[in-house]
Write a protein that binds this ligand. Structure first.
Ligand code: C2E
Ligand code: MG
Ligand code: MG
Ligand code: MG
Length: 290
C-alpha cells in the first residue's frame, strides 16, 4: 500500500537508503537486471510527484512524475540506480509503458476532479528509439481519455539534439494536439544552439549543475543569465531544476526566472500527499480499478 509505504519512510534520511548505480558490483548489476523484470510483474514500482512552482502566484503549475522501486528487501530504490540498468538491458521499454500508463491514469483522474496541473513524464533515449513509441503513447492517452493539455514529455538535452526527422514530426504532431514538450537537463550536454530553435519544444529545464553556484559565482551568473535569455528569446519557457536555497532563487528571479522545481520549494512525494499540499484539493482521489 503506497500511503503506508510513504508513512513508513517519512523522516528517514533518504540519501543513506539508496545506493549509487556506479557503485554496483557486476554481479549486483546482473541481479538488478533480473529483479527489474520481476519487479514489473510484481507491481513494485511507484511514482512520486514533484511540483513546478510559479513563484509569481506561489502555485504549482505542473508535476514531474518520478519513478521509484519499492524493493521488498532493499527499501526504496531510486531511479538513478535502476534506470541506467533498465536502459541498457531494454527493460526501460516495459517500465516506460508502466510509467506512461500510470501517469495517463493519474492525469485523467486529476482532470476529472478539476485539478488542471500537467504531469510530466521522463522519456529515455531507448524508449524514444522504439518504432512504436508514439503509437503506444497515443494508445495510453486514448485508453485513459487524458486531455492532451494534461501531459508533458521530458526529453534530455543530448537526446533532443540528435532526434531524427521521424521523431521530430511525431513530437510536433503531439504538440499541435496540446501536449507539451520539455528539454530536460539543459546545460549538461552540448547543444547545437541553431538546432534548438528548430525543435518542437515549449519549455527548457535548466539543469541544477548550472545554477548550483549562482549565488556565489559571478561567472555562474553570467552563464545562467545568457542561457535564460537565449531560451526566452526563442519563445520558450524556462524551468529551473534543483533549487536548494533561497539565495539561488533570488538570483534567478533577478535574471528573469519564475518557474522553479527543487527541494527548497518541495520534495517529490506520493500522490495523496501531493494532492493535499499542492493542488488546493485535499480530496483523496481513488485510483481507477485495474
Ligand atoms: P530528472 O528528470 O532530471 O529529475 C530530477 C531529479 O532531481 C529527480 O531525481 C529529483 O528528485 C531531483 N531533484 C529535484 N529537486 C532537487 C534539488 O533541489 N536538489 C537535488 N540534488 N536534486 C533534486 P530522481 O527522482 O532521483 O530521478 C533521477 C533521474 O532519473 C531523473 O532526472 C530522470 O532522468 C530519471 N527518471 C526518473 N523517473 C523516470 C521515469 O519514469 N522514466 C525515465 N525514463 N527516467 C526517469
Ligand atoms: Mg526530468
Ligand atoms: Mg533534469
Ligand atoms: Mg534526467
Amino acid at each position: 500500500d503506497i500511503a503506508m509505504y510513504h508513512a513508513k519512510h517519512e523522516g528517514r534520511g533518504r540519501a543513506e537508503m539508496y545506493s549509487d548505480a556506479l557503485a554496483l558490483e557486476a554481479s549486483d548489476r546482473a541481479d538488478l537486471e533480473r529483479d527489474l523484470l520481476l519487479a514489473l510483474e510484481r507491481d513494485e514500482f511507484l511514482l512520486e510527484f514533484q511540483p513546478q512552482i510559479d513563484i509569481q502566484t506561489g502555485r504549482a503549475v505542473a508535476a514531474e512524475a518520478l519513478v521509484r522501486w519499492a524493493h521488498p528487501e532493499r527499501d526504496i530504490v531510486m531511479p538513478g540506480v535502476f534506470v541506467p540498468v533498465a536502459e541498457e538491458s531494454g527493460t526501460i521499454v516495459a517500465l516506460g509503458d508502466w510509467v506512461m500508463s500510470r501517469v495517463c491514469e493519474t492525469a485523467a483522474r486529476w482532470s476529472r476532479a478539476g485539478i488542471h496541473q500537467r504531469i510530466a513524464i521522463n522519456i529515455s533515449t531507448r524508449e524514444l528509439g522504439q518504432a512504436d513509441f508514439f503509437l503506444r503513447l497515443r494508445h495510453a492517452i486514448a485508453t485513459h481519455q487524458v486531455p492532451n493539455g494534461m501531459l508533458e514529455l521530458e526529453i534530455t538535452e543530448s537526446l533532443a539534439m540528435d532526434m531524427e526527422a521521424r521523431v521530430l514530426d511525431q513530437l510536433a504532431a503531439l504538440r499541435r494536439d496540446g501536449l507539451r514538450i520539455a528539454i530536460d537537463d539543459f546545460g549538461t550536454g552540448y547543444s547545437n544552439l541553431s538546432r534548438l530553435k528548430e525543435l518542437p519544444v515549449d519549455r527548457v529545464k535548466i539543469d541544477r549543475s548550472l545554477v548550483r553556484d549562482i549565488a556565489t559565482s559571478s561567472e555562474a551568473r553570467t552563464i545562467c543569465s545568457a542561457v535564460v535569455g537565449l531560451i526566452q528569446g526563442l519563445g520558450m519557457e524556462v524551468v529551473v531544476e534543483g533549487i536548494e536555497n533561497q539565495a539561488q532563487m533570488d538570483m534567478l528571479r533577478v535574471i528573469g526566472c519564475t518557474l522553479f522545481q527543487g527541494y527548497h520549494l518541495a520534495m517529490p512525494t506520493g500522490e495523496q500527499d501531493y494532492l493535499g499540499r499542492y493542488t488546493g484539493n485535499p480530496a483523496m482521489l481513488e485510483r481507477d480499478a485495474g
